[in-house]
Design a binder for this molecule. Structure first.
Ligand code: SME
Length: 151
């Protein structure tokens, strides 16, 4: 079980982001997601800079070597290019997958958009297969919407 319900989590994230003077707000959102949802093993936000995804705030037990990912590369780059959420139930079966952690079994990537442009994304790795459902996608798309207004 998660420590919070999705609806409560949205409220809490809205509160974190409502403080516009807080330069660490994105990090706080990442920390909140990673600590409250048991299947969110590693949570990071990438921001698009000149056609490259650059890693911003993250939280998890290890750092990733993939701190810069070209658009179109990996699951992250695919989601950024298409503007669509990617859910991968088994990363070992996806040829696009860029491996960061040996423990990762499944992944979700949710684009952060301003209008139709992708300005970043939320990337979450899970240590169990098929960890992410439509509920995670709907929830994280709402979070991405809130982040978009803050970035
Ligand atoms: N697995 C991602 C790379 C980022 S790490 O998961 C943090 C991908 O395939 O794009």
């Amino acid at each position: 079980m998660n420590k919070v319900e999705y609806a409560d989590a949205l409220q809490k994230i809205r509160r974190i982001l409502s403080n516009r003077d807080d330069s660490d707000a994105l990090q706080r959102v990442v920390d909140f997601l990673q600590s409250e949802f048991r299947h969110y093993s590693w949570v990071g936000i990438y921001l698009v800079q000149n056609d490259v995804l650059v890693l911003g705030p993250w939280r998890g037990k290890e750092a990733t070597e993939h701190t810069r990912i070209p658009l179109g590369t990996g699951i992250c780059g695919s989601a950024a290019k298409s503007g669509r959420t990617e859910i991968v139930d088994d990363v070992s079966k996806d040829d696009r997958y860029l491996s960061c952690f040996l423990s990762t079994r499944s992944e979700i990537v949710v684009p952060i958009k301003k209008g139709t442009s992708v300005i970043g994304e939320i990337d979450i790795d899970a240590d169990v297969p098929s960890a992410f459902t439509k509920r995670d996608a709907v929830f994280l798309e709402k979070v991405a919407d809130m982040l978009s207004k803050h970035i």
